[in-house]
Structures are given as C-alpha cells and as structure tokens.
Design a protein around this ligand. Structure first.
Ligand SMILES: Nc1ncnc2c1ncn2[C@@H]1O[C@H](COP(=O)(O)OP(=O)(O)OP(=O)(O)O)[C@@H](O)[C@H]1O
Length: 304
C-alpha cells in the first residue's frame, strides 16, 4: 500500500511551522507535499479539476493543510475548494478561512453566535468619521480589515491623531474598523484543534508598543490554568467560524471578562510550541489523518 500524501499549502518551506508539519507528517509515515500556492495551476472542465504545481501534476492527497498568509487568502480558498472536490479533508475549509480573514465579517459571525467581542465600528464614508470615533471613545484602535501580525493595527490616543489616521485610511480607500481600546497590554492566544483546547500562552506587549504580537516584540509566557469561561469562549469562537484549527486571541475587558479580538485560521506554531512544550504539529497531523481516513472517497477507495 502506498503512503498517503498530505498537501501543505505554504509559500515558504523554510518557515518553522511548515518545517514542523513536514517532519510530523513524515514521522507518521505519510508523504508531505509542500505546494507553493503561487506555483499552482488549476485546470477544470465539466469532468472535474486537475492541479499542477510547476509542471508536475499533483497526485491525490488525503488531506490539505493551509499555511497561507492573508494576502493570498482567495488563492488559498480556490486551492482548498479543489482539494475538497477531490475528497481530501481540509484542515479549515475555504469558506471558514475566507470568513476568518475578513476581520469585520468574522466579528459579525461571532456576535451572531453570542461570542463577546470589543465594541467595533465599520464605516467607509468620511462624513461619518466623528460618529465612528464617538461610538468607541478614547483611546481607540484602528485596524485594517486584512492586516496580520499586528501590521495595520494602530492606536490613536487623542481625537486629533485619530482624525489624521482615519482620514489617511479613507483617502487611501483602505477599509478599516475602529475598536474600543482594551487596557492591560496583554492577551491570551489559545490554540484550538478539533473542538478542544490544545495549548495556550500569554503575550505581553513590549514597553514601547501596545501590540503583543510576537512579531512586534511581544513576550510569551505559559498560561498555568486557562480560566474555564475563557476556554469556553475560545471554543465557541472557533466553532462559530467553522474552523477546525485556530489561534483565538482574547483580551480582558474592564471587568476582567474575556473578549475575542480575533480568530486566526493559520496561527504560527513557533511561539506556542516553544512556550507550552506541546507538540502542536504532531497533534495536527494525527487529527488530519484521523479525519481524512473517515471521509468516504467518491470512487469508494481512499486516494493514494
Ligand atoms: N482593541 C484593542 N485594544 C488593545 N489592544 C489591542 C486591541 N486590538 C488589538 N490589540 C493589540 O494588537 C495586537 C494585534 O491585533 P490583532 O490581533 O487584531 O491584529 P493582527 O494583525 O490580525 O494580529 P495576528 O497576526 O495575531 O492575527 C493584539 O494582539 C493586541 O495586543
């Protein structure tokens, strides 16, 4: 019997998370195929679709794991739809990935599911700038809808700086949201896999920034005991977006209650594995294999 292939959609095989997933896949006796989405060609007709990577036809894969950045979310979605049409299990399907990547649409889905989030305002008309600012108060955080790793997340401490910031964004026709600022300078990143909490860490912003992302110099420490209400909210948020795997970012409001800032559909494995000691890559691969082998394949056979 040939070993099953697992597609890992990643632009950069040298990245920590990609390397760890490749090693975990090999360890479990599967064949990882790292596919650069930028080198993929999809051909379809009424009979179905075929995927090429460079000049090579991609063989059937039992599963696909997206490790794609925000700027290529749509491309990643097309690839995931191809894999799903082939009967492959996708760790986060196309629709869930696209929803999670649109920050405001994701907040709308969270609110719909009863998940607490900070007060957030979306607007596009410059004449509503003062109204938007008044809705969230001071200081305020402004976010680009499709930023990541803290890029595009800005703090305005006065009305004057908020006006300048928002006028610039609207002038550049960048979609943005403003959000109530949560004091505390630290958040929790909770990793959820298949409806369970796998690991969590506390991230503290450096002294010269309010953002706690590790890429912005945030410092990560182990969370001893994740409070039960925080864990429940992380699980509910992940389910609300239809994700199987996610990094949920939570911050406390003034009363210490958890609010969901964001649900990241492609969280980095690097900080969380180092801080928690949990082998996240191995857990992902085991989950992927278990789920993939349960999907009945259209031909009656597992692809191999
Ligand atoms: N409303 C807020 N109040 C206070 N700090 C905030 C707020 N929103 C975001 N931050 C800080 O900025 C960081 C980045 O914000 P956010 O997670 O929304 O952006 P991102 O660029 O999508 O990050 P990621 O790469 O984690 O997805 C947060 O981890 C948090 O430290």
């Amino acid at each position: 019997m040939t070993a099953p292939c697992i597609a890992i959609l990643s632009r950069r095989p040298e990245l920590y998370s990609t390397r760890r997933l490749v090693a975990a896949a090999e360890h479990l006796g599967t064949v990882p195929l790292v596919l650069d989405p930028g080198a993929c060609l999809l051909a379809l007709d009424s009979a179905g679709s075929v995927l090429y990577h460079g000049n090579e036809r991609v063989p059937s894969c039992v599963a696909a794991i997206p490790r794609i950045g925000s700027p290529i979310t749509r491309l990643g979605g097309r690839l995931l739809r191809h894999f799903a049409s082939q009967g492959s299990y996708c760790l986060n399907g196309a629709a869930a990935l696209e929803l999670a990547r649109d920050k405001f649409a994701a907040l709308q889905a969270l609110v719909q599911a009863g998940v607490p989030v900070p007060r957030t305002v979306y607007f596009s008309n410059p004449q509503q700038r003062e109204m938007a600012m008044a809705q969230v108060g001071w200081p305020l955080v402004s976010k680009l809808l499709e930023g990541s790793q803290g890029v595009g997340v800005m703090l305005a401490e006065s009305a004057a700086s908020a006006r300048g910031l928002l006028d610039t964004l609207l002038h550049l026709q960048q979609e943005a949201v403003v959000q109530r600022y949560l004091a505390g300078r630290e958040d929790l990143r909770v990793i959820v896999l298949a409806g369970q909490i796998l690991a969590s860490m506390r991230r503290r912003a450096p002294l010269d920034d309010f953002r706690s992302n590790l890429h912005r110099g945030g410092e990560a420490t182990l969370v001893g005991d994740l409070p039960a209400p925080w864990a429940a909210i992380a699980l509910r948020a992940t389910a609300a977006l239809g994700l199987d795997f996610a990094g949920v970012d939570l911050m406390a409001d003034g009363d210490g209650q958890a609010l969901v800032l964001e649900v990241n559909p492609v969280p980095s494995l690097e900080g969380i594995e180092r801080v928690s000691g949990v082998d996240v890559a191995d857990a992902i691969m085991r989950r992927v294999l278990a789920a993939a082998l349960r999907i009945p394949h259209p031909s009656g056979r597992r692809p191999g």
